[in-house]
Design a binder for this molecule. Structure first.
Ligand code: AMP
Ligand code: MG
Length: 331
């Protein structure tokens, strides 16, 4: 299949493709999504085929507003969901609610709940409005790979597999939405993301954190994610006195080591195989996936990522590094 890149000013072919049950990759404020008509079961199944995504990993439905969420919810909207929507929509916050049984099983991965969010990106909103129905969309990467934050990264993974990629430049947030399960009391954080846990808690009070133990609460939580070709080694502190010797030792084991770290970057002679995460968590979130993809193209034999913070977006950055990592070095 030939893949065509569209400008955000020329969305008509993308809307027609969605109406015809085909897939369209599009920008959102978090990462690029791989969208299908969320009411069309066959179209939604195509998302799983194109990504190589496990069948039991559910999708997020993208809508314009709260009334659209209410139409997808079975029974009344939980108070926590209403409050989160009021505070953060449109934006990088996904609520999980009891699902209207009309929603295709593929979207829910067979669960009786559904995840819904309202993106703020104008191109995403234009597509939803043009289709006139919710758009089901996970990130537009091959399953297991880092999420795409620009159209070039989507092209790397999806060229030949989908008819259209809408190019909206580089995404603003750079990592996925925060997912909050509003069917539990208190609500449960299923995935940290573009809205910090502190912000969520300021709206709903107590928030339970899904633990890595016990039954899997959301199928998406059990897979390794965001991973490049090279093994990823996470150094879990930023103190230079700990990082420098650890890096020196790793450089002996991995002669073509690459490094991603906050500033100031550790001193290491790496032939340009270095990317900066900047000086704060917002910048790090924006840069992380692109840094991983760019360094991976240099074919390093290992990628070290230095990260410690859990403040604000730091928790989401740490979560993505943890899931991408093959090894964690505790400093
Ligand atoms: P993504 O995997 O980032 O491409 O987007 C979908 C993610 O949303 C999944 O991996 C899950 O973590 C989460 N999600 C979607 N639907 C549900 C649901 N019904 N219950 C819990 N989590 C969900
Ligand atoms: Mg994803």
């Amino acid at each position: 299949m030939e893949t065509i890149i569209l400008d955000t000013g020329d969305l008509a072919p993308a809307v027609e493709a969605l109406k015809a049950g085909q897939l369209v990759a599009f920008p959102t404020e978090t990462v690029y999504g791989l969208g299908a008509d969320g009411t069309n079961a066959a179209a939604c199944r195509r998302i799983f085929e194109a990504k190589g995504r496990p069948q039991d990993n559910p999708l997020i439905l993208h809508v314009l507003d709260k009334p659209a969420l209410m139409a997808l919810t079975l029974g009344p909207l939980p108070a926590a969901a209403a409050a989160l929507v009021e505070a953060f929509w449109p934006g990088p916050l996904t609520v999980v609610v009891r699902a209207n049984p009309d929603i295709p099983g593929a979207v829910r991965a067979g669960l009786d709940t559904v995840a819904v969010r309202s993106p703020s990106h104008p191109a995403a909103r234009d597509l939803i409005a043009g289709l006139g129905r919710p758009i089901a969309a996970p990130s537009a990467n091959l399953s297991g790979r880092p999420s795409p934050t620009d159209a070039g990264a989507v092209w790397e993974d999806m060229a030949g597999r989908i008819p259209y990629i809408v190019d909206g430049g580089s995404t603003h947030v750079g990592l996925e939405s925060t997912v909050v399960d509003c069917t539990t009391t208190p609500p449960t954080l299923l995935r940290p993301g573009g809205i910090g846990l502190d912000m969520v808690a300021s709206v709903v009070g107590e928030v339970a954190q899904a633990s890595g133990h016990g039954p899997v609460r959301a199928p998406g939580m059990k897979y390794r994610h965001y991973a490049p070709e090279a093994p990823v080694i996470w150094l879990d502190r930023i103190d230079p006195e700990a990082v420098q010797p650890a890096l020196a030792e790793l450089a002996r084991d991995y002669p073509k080591l690459a490094v991603i770290a906050p500033e100031p970057l550790p001193q290491a002679v790496l032939g340009g195989r270095q990317r900066s995460l900047g000086q704060d968590a917002v910048t790090a979130a924006h840069r992380l996936f692109q840094a991983i993809r760019q360094l991976d193209q240099l074919k390093p034999d290992g990628i070290v990522i230095v990260w410690e913070s859990e403040d604000g977006l730091g928790l989401a950055v740490k979560n993505r590094i943890e899931k991408a990592a093959t090894t964690r070095v505790r400093l």
